[in-house]
Ligand binder design. Structure first.
Ligand code: SF4
Length: 270
């Protein structure tokens, strides 16, 4: 991984509208995990890039210093990250996420991680510094797992670590006392909505120490629909037909998948 272009930010700690999150920190602009369903692709219009979302990343070089100033006065939960993956490949070069964790350690902020990268294990020492399994000031680390099939994951999330490596990372963090969970999301029509496959993810997550398994069926945001449709069509007539049926009345499909996934995941599902 070569170094990303460095940019600067005016603010590092920003208010977050995601339920349960008070703040978000996004150390990078863009995300080379390049997930076909990425809900954050709307961010491209704020970046000045002509290239497709998923093909560029910029590093906010001054983020740790700005964050250290802002964090000193803040408290609550802070999501790492909301419109990028804070442990994407650029992090192994720039280390901004590790520096961000250092900046919030000892403040009133508790990190809430959601990632598709096993690089997060590198930061176990810092994550542990936020405390043990109990209490609001502890860290929690979630791994998104949409499928256990590494080959399908390469199509859906070409730049991210394979799910097998994510689960291995979860296992290491859980064994070290970090609260871990798995997010089965987005569940994609015709591609990852088989209840047995969802149950298998939940079982794999729990057997490796995940405290919770949550899920969310795909939202049919315009930025995601065309790309997911192309993958479903390339996967064959069955997935293509399932996607078309879901796209006719997305709300009905989401409701049906909610019920199926809830049953498949059992206790601990969303
Ligand atoms: S990891 Fe998240 S932000 Fe990055 S491309 Fe995938 S969905 Fe988008």
């Amino acid at each position: 991984m070569k170094a990303a272009r460095e940019v600067s930010c005016a603010s590092a700690l920003n208010r977050c509208g995601i339920p349960g999150m008070d703040w978000c920190v996004n150390p990078y602009v863009g995300c080379t995990h390049a997930c076909v369903y990425c809900y954050a692709s709307f961010m491209k219009r704020f970046t000045g890039h002509d290239e497709p979302w998923g093909t560029f990343v910029e590093a906010k070089a001054n983020l740790p210093a700005v964050l250290a100033r802002q964090a000193a006065r803040a408290s609550g939960t802070v999501m790492l990250a909301s419109v990028t993956d804070a442990w994407q490949p650029a992090e192994s070069v720039h280390g901004l996420t590790r520096a961000a964790l250092k900046a919030i350690a000892g403040t009133g902020l508790a990190p809430r991680v959601l990632t598709k990268s096993d690089l997060v294990v590198r930061d176990l020492d810092l994550l542990r510094s936020f405390g043990g399994l109990l209490g609001d000031s502890t860290a929690s680390v979630g791994f998104t797992v949409t499928t256990l099939d590494d080959r399908l994951a390469r199509v859906l999330e070409p730049g991210a670590a394979p799910p097998s490596r994510r689960l291995a990372a979860l296992s290491r963090l859980a064994a070290a006392g970090i609260r871990t969970w798995v997010f089965v999301a987005p569940i994609l029509p015709g591609l990852t909505d088989d209840p047995d496959a969802i149950a298998a993810i939940a079982s794999a997550a729990r057997s490796r120490g995940a405290a919770e398994v949550e899920f969310d069926p795909m939202n049919f945001y315009p930025g995601a629909v065309a790309a997911v449709r192309r993958v479903a069509e390339a996967a064959g007539p069955g997935p293509a037909a399932a996607f078309r049926a879901a796209a006719l009345v997305p709300s009905e499909w989401r409701e049906r998948i909610r019920a199926l996934a809830s049953e498949a995941i059992g206790d601990g599902g969303a």
